[in-house]
Design a protein around this ligand. Structure first.
Ligand SMILES: NC(=O)c1ccc[n+]([C@@H]2O[C@H](COP(=O)([O-])OP(=O)(O)OC[C@H]3O[C@@H](n4cnc5c(N)ncnc54)[C@H](OP(=O)(O)O)[C@@H]3O)[C@@H](O)[C@H]2O)c1
Length: 291
């Protein structure tokens, strides 16, 4: 299997390369800077927002590229978050359209931001989209990936736990005993271990019955306060602090919604198709990452 992978240089992409190579796939990695080295790939190709991707010879595509959402959401940053996903996905679909023989499957990332802020309501792939900036971005991102030329899967990815991403940002604070819950801590936080995510993306490639939205989250989401306690425990640190919602809104502006909104997302499709999580529960996942 020859796999095209965008976002290969990113936190998730690096783990997908390792998992794919373990299975004997050959990975063609796409980057805005194809001169960079991103692990065990057979070839690097250019990812450009100005031209269709060259997907010649690729049998499956995983598309992860997009502006990182962490940080202060200025107008420019929000524009880049949306445009990099919508236009980037358009370029991938144009690349698929240009092939005489399209790939069998196109796995195009999305995120749990799709659902908006839903309190304690359980959310499956059938649930309706929210109306905030991230929800609208995810909806536009998924719509852009639609093509009749191959099977399309949209993994709606939860907070990815591993050696980068959210924990990479939180770990130094927690190590300094500056960790704490966000807002009232009651918001649900769907999470997934990065190795389970990499396996789930490959599972989506190999399982012909999986198509459309696929919640890429562990089966046991937790509330932010419980997540905070579990992470502090894994690091053997206390978590006294509490970042009030008003302060997060003041400092982080719209990005605060990403941290304060509640999404009790369940991986209904993955479970129905028999995906086996290595880390279904939070504490073993955190211990694996931290130790
Ligand atoms: N990590 C999470 O917790 C999480 C949660 C939900 C959804 N997701 C989604 O999963 C995907 C991968 O996440 P990740 O954490 O691996 O992201 P990441 O570490 O930020 O990597 C994303 C990759 O996209 C490329 N990229 C960055 N800015 C870009 C831009 N403006 N235009 C085009 N390409 C750009 C970069 O590759 P080059 O520099 O090599 O081009 C980068 O390596 C993203 O689409 C993200 O939205 C992640």
């Amino acid at each position: 299997m020859i796999l095209a992978l965008t976002g290969a240089s990113g936190f998730v992409g690096r783990h997908v390369i390792k998992a794919a190579v373990r299975r004997g796939y050959e990975v063609i990695a796409f980057s805005r800077d194809p001169s960079r080295s991103v692990g065990d790939c057979v070839e690097m190709r250019r990812f450009s927002h100005d031209a269709p991707l060259d997907l010649n010879g690729c049998e499956a595509v995983i598309h992860l590229a997009g502006e990182n959402v962490a940080g202060l959401w200025t107008r420019g940053k929000m524009q880049r978050i949306r445009d990099s996903r919508v236009q980037g996905t358009r370029r991938v679909v144009e690349g698929i359209r240009a092939l005489a023989e399209p790939p069998e499957v196109f796995v195009s990332a999305s995120a749990i931001g799709y659902y908006g802020d839903c309190g304690d309501k359980e959310l499956t792939e059938q649930s309706l989209p929210g109306t905030d900036f991230l929800a609208e971005t995810c909806l536009a991102w998924e719509r852009e990936s639609a093509t009749p030329l191959c099977r399309v899967v949209n993994p709606r990815i939860g907070h990815v736990l591993g050696d980068g991403g959210m924990l990479g940002l939180m770990r130094p604070l927690f190590r300094l005993c500056l960790g704490g819950r966000l807002g009232n801590g009651r918001q649900w936080m769907p999470w997934i271990h990065v190795e389970d995510l990499a396996e789930m993306l490959l599972f989506a490639i190999g399982n012909l019955d999986v198509r459309g939205p696929l919640n890429a989250t562990a089966p046991w989401p937790v509330r932010n306060a419980d997540f905070t306690k579990a992470f502090a425990r894994a690091l053997h640190r206390p978590a006294f602090f509490h970042a009030p919602a008003w302060a997060l809104r003041l400092v982080l502006r719209e990005f605060s919604a990403e941290l304060l909104s509640s999404k009790r997302v369940l991986p209904a499709v993955a479970t129905e198709h028999g995906f086996g999580f290595r880390f279904p529960e939070l504490t073993p996942a955190l211990n694996d990452i931290v130790h």
